[in-house]
Design a protein around this ligand. Structure first.
Ligand SMILES: [Zn+2]
Length: 254
C-alpha cells in the first residue's frame, strides 16, 4: 500500500515531463488524450501551435506545414482541417500557421523573419536564419520526422507556364520519395479533366526551403504541394487535403 502511494507520488511529480506520450489507447477518452497542442518558438512573437496526433502504434512520423507564406490561404486552411485527422499508426504533426504573423497580415513574409521558405540551412554546416526557422528546424529534429509535406500556392498552371509552380508536387529525391510524389499527383489528377491543368512532379525545392533542407540534410521524404490560384479556394484546399490523405493512406496511417 505504502509502495503504491509512493509510486503515485513519484508518478505525479514526473507526469508533466512525459505528457507527450499517450498513457493508454483504445477508449474514446484515451484517444482524446493522444492529441496535444504544443507551442513552438514559445516566448517569442513568432510563437505558433504544433498539433501532435499520436496513434499509440509505432509507425512513420508525418509533419504537415501550412502558412509558411501568409498570403497562401489554401495551405493554412487545409492544415487546419488536417490537424483534426486521426491516425491508426505512427504520428501526425501539424503546424497550420508556421509564420503566424504573416498569416494574420495575409502577407508572404513577416517583419524580422524574411522569407521563411528561404531561411533553412543551405549547407550541412549552416544554421537556420532566424528564431522562427530555428524553432521549426528543431521540431523536425526533435520528433525525427520521416515525411514532411509543406503546403503552398502558385500563380499559374505549371504545365502551361513552366516558370510558375502551381499544380506541382516538388520533392527532394531521397530513396523512395518520388513513389509517393507520383501517388499524390495521380490521386489529385483523377479529378482534373484538362491535361494542361494537371499536377506534375518537379525535382528539387529551392535551397533554403524547409522541404529542401529537411530532405538534403535530415534525410526526410520531403514535399511541397503547390496548388494553383487560378482554381477556387475550396478546390485548392481540396488539392492539399487529397495530397495529405493520399500520403497517410500510402503509409497505412489511415
Ligand atoms: Zn509559398
Amino acid at each position: 500500500m505504502v509502495q503504491g502511494i509512493v509510486f503515485v507520488l513519484i508518478f505525479s511529480l514526473f507526469a508533466p515531463m512525459v505528457s507527450l506520450k499517450p498513457l493508454t489507447i483504445g477508449t474514446p477518452s484515451a484517444l482524446a488524450a493522444n492529441r496535444s497542442v504544443k507551442t513552438i518558438a514559445a516566448g517569442t512573437k513568432y510563437a505558433t501551435s504544433l498539433y501532435v496526433i499520436r496513434s499509440g502504434v509505432s509507425g512513420p512520423v508525418v509533419m504537415v506545414v501550412g502558412g509558411t507564406h501568409g498570403n497562401e490561404p489554401a495551405g493554412y486552411k487545409a492544415a487546419h482541417l488536417i490537424k483534426d485527422y486521426s491516425v491508426k499508426k505512427g504520428t501526425l504533426l501539424v503546424i497550420p500557421e508556421a509564420n503566424r504573423i504573416a498569416v494574420q497580415n495575409k502577407t508572404r513574409t513577416a517583419p524580422g523573419v524574411g522569407d521563411l521558405n528561404r531561411s533553412f540551412p543551405k549547407t550541412s554546416s549552416d544554421k537556420p536564419d532566424d528564431p522562427l526557422a530555428r524553432a521549426i528546424w528543431q521540431t523536425v529534429k526533435d520528433y525525427s520526422v520521416d515525411y514532411l509535406i509543406d503546403l503552398h500556392e502558385g500563380y499559374k498552371y505549371h504545365l502551361q507556364t513552366p516558370s510558375s509552380w502551381g499544380q506541382t508536387v516538388i520533392y527532394y529525391p531521397n530513396k523512395g520519395t518520388k513513389a509517393l510524389a507520383d501517388r499524390m499527383v495521380s490521386a489529385i489528377n483523377s479529378s482534373i479533366s484538362t491535361p494542361s491543368q494537371r499536377f506534375s512532379t518537379v525535382k528539387y525545392p529551392y535551397k533554403g526551403e524547409l522541404s529542401r533542407s529537411t530532405g538534403q540534410f535530415l534525410g526526410c521524404h520531403s514535399y511541397v504541394i503547390e496548388s494553383c490560384r487560378l482554381e477556387s479556394l475550396n478546390t485548392r484546399i481540396g488539392r492539399h487535403t487529397t495530397a495529405v490523405k493520399t500520403a497517410l493512406k500510402y503509409l497505412n496511417m489511415q
